[in-house]
Ligand binder design. Structure first.
Ligand code: ATP
Length: 486
């Protein structure tokens, strides 16, 4: 059991951020619903991402393509053939788990003496065995073949994490795409898919965007929306779900004019800056990981992951990949349409290369919650950036049964509501209201007390240090604007 994760999951449920999916029917694995506060936090993260990468730039435009798309797209992109996870089942307790996760989790158990076990393992050709050994010593097994995964599970005698038996089926591949049948079309064409990533919606609209806007290379197309993957996982809340929000950018350029190394590094900086400056994550909780040759797609020249130190280990938040012009070329082949473009610098017709930063917004949200969760002597505080907080301020009358206090507070609340997401609270005593607002991350609490009736001032309490300022009512808007606006 993970302490911090459990605490955050419990707070998220208790306070209306994240609920288990289909809960009143006993739940549905790997699905979650977002409550009144979760929907605000998620939306604020999405809006920050969109503002940072689309509105604040002049070289990126956005689109919103359909979630349901023809099977042809996914054949062209290679997803129907190879977008799969290698799964393994415990014959004893019927746990189904990703084989790479089973092995990686086993390798991360502190008392696992992997070097000793490798010493005894001499069954393979030297080259193959060295490859496997290297993966195991690096504790990363993505990219190994099904037979190599089988061999590892067998040779390391990995026990089932649930029932501790060692009785596994063979590792098998399961495709992650969700097929759907459309009632309105007959025959094979009725087969469609829920999109497995937002990226393909960008590639198939490349021509439309180029023809309908004034974009010129190098430029990007961004998309933010739901993707679907039929994956399984053990716990970890919204880290990995079958339905999730992805934010992807395809940044197109002519490799003869622009240096891909440089663009790649610029994207890494942009991603890093967003996490550090907008989401306010501590730098030491982040790291870059370069994909090995084995795990990188064959068409990618370089892929790196920005990882966050989750309570269950450093895990991918955001990937950046140089995908060459593989996707556009594939769609040209499968659709028969010309997706080339004239580079204004050289005058040459080219199919541009692309660098793709791809992030999961729900993972960002889990990170923000984990990072913000703070236990102090007498309170739990969600110290999330004010710009992301569901409510920017709460307004209270000191006593709920004193008409003059209520009236004055109500007027302030209704006035602030025109400019900020604010909340009214007159339940319980003031101390309890502070504790509640601290737990949901409200950066400021404004209280109308008896002094307010005399001199038109209020107290404004800061969530992070619990200190109070006394300010004129007429200054509240500018006070908040300075501190909570993005
Ligand atoms: P992973 O290795 O964790 O499965 P991935 O490499 O398959 O991720 P990409 O296809 O690169 O992921 O997708 C981009 C981003 O989308 C990831 O960095 C991650 O933040 C997010 N993401 C991917 N799959 C899921 C999921 N099932 N649930 C939530 N977020 C996801």
């Amino acid at each position: 059991m993970n302490n911090l994760l459990d605490k955050v999951v419990s707070l998220a449920k208790r306070r209306g951020f994240i609920f288990p999916g289909s809960e009143i029917y006993g739940g549905l694995a790997n699905t979650y619903d977002y409550g009144p506060l979760g929907v605000e936090l998620l939306r604020n993260i999405k809006n920050s991402w969109w503002t940072y990468f689309v509105h604040n730039r002049e070289d990126i435009v956005g689109i919103d393509a359909g979630i349901i798309s023809t099977a042809r797209i996914w054949e062209a992109s290679g997803h129907t053939a190879s977008f799969s996870d290698a799964l393994i089942d415990c014959k004893s307790c019927h746990l189904r788990i990703r084989a790479d996760h089973l092995i990686e989790d086993f390798l991360n158990i502190p008392q696992t003496k992997i070097e000793d076990r490798l010493e005894m393992w001499k069954s393979k050709e030297d080259n193959d065995l060295n490859r496997i050994k290297k993966s195991l010593l690096d504790k990363k097994v993505e990219g190994l073949t099904v037979s190599e995964l089988n061999e590892i599970v067998e040779n390391l005698a990995i026990p089932c994490p649930k029932c501790k038996h060692n009785d596994w089926t063979d590792v098998r591949r399961f495709n992650l795409l969700f097929p759907i049948n459309l009632g309105i079309i007959d025959g094979a064409q009725s087969q469609a898919y829920l999109r497995g990533e937002t990226a393909q919606g960008i590639f198939i609209n490349f021509r439309n965007v180029v023809d309908s806007t004034r974009v010129r290379l190098p430029f990007g197309i961004a998309q933010l929306g739901k993707s679907f993957r039929n994956e399984i996982t053990l716990g970890n809340s919204i880290f990995r779900t079958i339905e999730f929000e992805q934010g992807e950018i395809e940044f197109f350029f002519d490799p003869e004019v622009s240096d891909w190394d440089k663009i790649f590094e610029e994207w890494k900086n942009q991603m890093w800056n967003f996490i550090i400056h907008i989401l306010k994550i501590e730098e030491s909780h982040l790291r870059w990981r370069v994909h090995t040759d084995e795990e990188r797609s064959f068409y990618s020249k370089k892929t790196e992951d920005l990882e966050y130190n989750f309570p269950f280990g450093f895990k991918e938040l955001w990937g950046v990949a140089y995908r060459t012009n593989y996707d556009l070329t594939q769609h040209m082949k499968y659709s028969g349409r010309d997706l080339s473009i004239v580079d204004p610098t050289t005058g040459k017709k080219i199919v541009p290369d692309v660098i793709e930063p791809a992030v999961g917004i729900n993972r960002l949200m889990l990170m923000v919650l984990l990072e913000g969760y703070t236990e102090e002597q007498n309170r739990i505080v969600l110290k999330i950036p004010p710009q992301l907080a569901p409510y920017k301020a709460a307004v209270f009358p000191l006593l709920p049964n004193k008409e003059q206090l209520v009236e004055k507070a109500r007027n302030i609340y209704l006035d602030l509501k025109k400019y900020f997401m604010v909340v009214w609270d007159d339940r319980g005593n003031i101390g309890k209201r502070y504790l509640y607002q601290d737990e949901i991350g409200t950066p400021f609490c404004i209280t109308v007390d008896f002094k307010s009736l005399e001199d038109n001032t209020v107290t404004i309490r800061n969530r992070d240090n619990a200190k109070q300022d006394r300010i004129p009512i007429s200054d509240i808007i500018s006070y908040l604007r300075e501190r909570v606006s993005s």
